[in-house]
Design a protein around this ligand. Structure first.
Ligand code: NDP
Ligand code: MG
Length: 395
């Protein structure tokens, strides 16, 4: 069997390293051709030592020089490239069959677009890229003939419940139900949320993830981004995407069919399952995830999301119904607000204020045939606006 030549964008992160865990179990199936990181040069070096990629990418000359030094000392011949343009170029390169998009944030969008246009097998964890890219992203997938495979566990669950023939999806689906754990503050009094610390916010009860998505899970903005992600992945009207809080994270999401039948995908909360499915689709391979033990399972419970505690969730449907580009503004504001919260500049509940106010204050004004540059420019404007809102909130 010809090996799948894989590029992992953001290989040093939580999803990136879980991908390498799965890949390491199947040396006969996968060849790692490229690895990239942003800050963690030492982790990237260790990954280069284990997987011997042809290329590694870092954002600055200084970090690249440090990696080159480490590689030379270890006698490794991985070529080190520099900058965002190198990511985009590699994502579309002929030597790459499949791209795992596991960079966090809108920063991953240009490389995702390049992979889509080049018709790659595109494993999408980087939900922000789709939230910002929206219809333009999906058009690039269609035009490039790419195979878009959801890695976000909820979207992988929906995808696993649907037939391989996408043209049958619309006839089959009545609506979908995305499950949400409710994060670390599911039961905390909402009027005590203003003084939670970053360390409390990133301590997720069921999943071990990067810091940004962990904060998003605590505000449920993660689920808001996932509602928007689902709108594009499955071509659904906003009202046909519903959310239920399911604290055990055993059911990863559900499709409610037109005849009332409900299809669900279950498993232990471990990203290696959706990653392995993305890597092997339409086959299934060993993921290394622990198996579900039905006898040890106590109960599966379901509750509606609390609007007072999680106001950010409800921005998703509003943003989807607003003019194109509104979801990009929401995403940019949220990235800025979460970074400010993590660095101690704003409080936890201010994240929602920043998002809601930035949405109120900025109109997208995108033309019907907007480009990637238009979206990146809108993203930049929304960040400036969000910073302005934070300044106002502090005074
Ligand atoms: P992490 O923060 O753990 O990893 C992010 C990766 O992207 C790291 O390799 C990081 O490099 C790199 N990176 C960060 N900023 C940039 C940038 N500006 N340009 C290029 N590379 C960058 O995040 P996660 O793995 O948790 O999440 C990745 C994506 O997957 C997110 O979009 C998230 O929403 C999504 N996702 C994650 C899940 C999870 O379980 N973690 C579940 C479902 C979706 P460095 O390490 O050097 O900083
Ligand atoms: Mg998810």
């Amino acid at each position: 069997m010809k090996k799948l030549r894989l590029l992992i964008l953001g290989s040093t992160g939580s999803v990136g390293s879980s991908t390498l865990d799965v890949v390491a179990r199947h040396p006969d199936r996968f060849e790692v051709v490229g690895l990239t990181s942003f800050r963690r040069v030492d982790v990237l070096f260790e990954q280069c030592r284990s997987f011997k990629p042809r290329v590694a990418v870092l954002p600055t000359e200084e970090r690249a020089a440090r990696l080159r030094e480490l590689l030379a000392a270890a006698g490794l011949d991985t070529e080190v490239r520099v900058g965002a343009a190198a990511l985009t170029e590699l994502a579309g390169a002929a030597e790459v069959d499949a791209v795992m998009a596991s960079i966090v944030g809108a920063a991953g969008l240009p490389a995702c677009m390049a992979a889509a246009k080049a018709g790659k097998r595109l494993l999408l964890a980087n939900k922000e890229a789709l939230v910002v890219g929206g219809g333009l992203f999906m058009q690039a997938v269609a035009d490039g003939g790419a195979t878009l495979l959801p890695i976000d566990s909820e979207h992988s669950a929906i995808f696993q419940c649907l037939p391989e023939d996408r043209s049958a999806w619309a006839r089959r689906i009545d609506h979908i139900v995305l499950t949400a754990s409710g994060g670390p503050f599911r039961e905390r009094q909402h009027d005590s949320l203003h003084d939670v610390t970053p360390e409390q916010a990133v301590a997720h009860p069921n999943w071990v993830m990067g810091r940004k998505i962990s904060v998003d899970s605590a505000t449920m903005m993660n689920k808001a981004l996932e509602v928007i992600e689902a709108r594009w992945l499955f071509d659904l009207a906003p009202e046909n995407i519903r959310v239920v809080v399911h604290p055990q994270s055993i059911i990863h999401s559900m499709v409610v069919c037109r005849d009332g039948s409900v299809l669900a995908q279950l498993g232990t909360p471990d990203m290696k399952v959706p990653i392995a499915y993305g890597l092997s689709f339409p086959e299934r391979i060993e993921s290394g995830a622990p198996r579900l033990d039905f006898m040890a399972m106590k109960d599966l419970s379901f509750n509606p999301p609390d609007r007072e505690r999680f106001p950010g969730l409800y921005l998703a449907w509003d943003a989807l119904r607003a003019p194109a580009g509104t979801t990009a503004i929401l995403n940019a504001a949220n990235e800025e607000a979460v970074a400010a919260f993590l660095s101690g500049t704003i409080g936890f509940t201010a994240i929602h204020s920043v998002n809601a106010r930035t949405l109120d204050q900025l109109q997208p004004h995108l033309g019907a045939s907007h480009t990637l540059d238009d979206l990146l420019e809108l993203d930049a404007r929304a960040r400036v606006q969000a910073q302005q809102v934070m300044k106002e909130l502090r005074t």
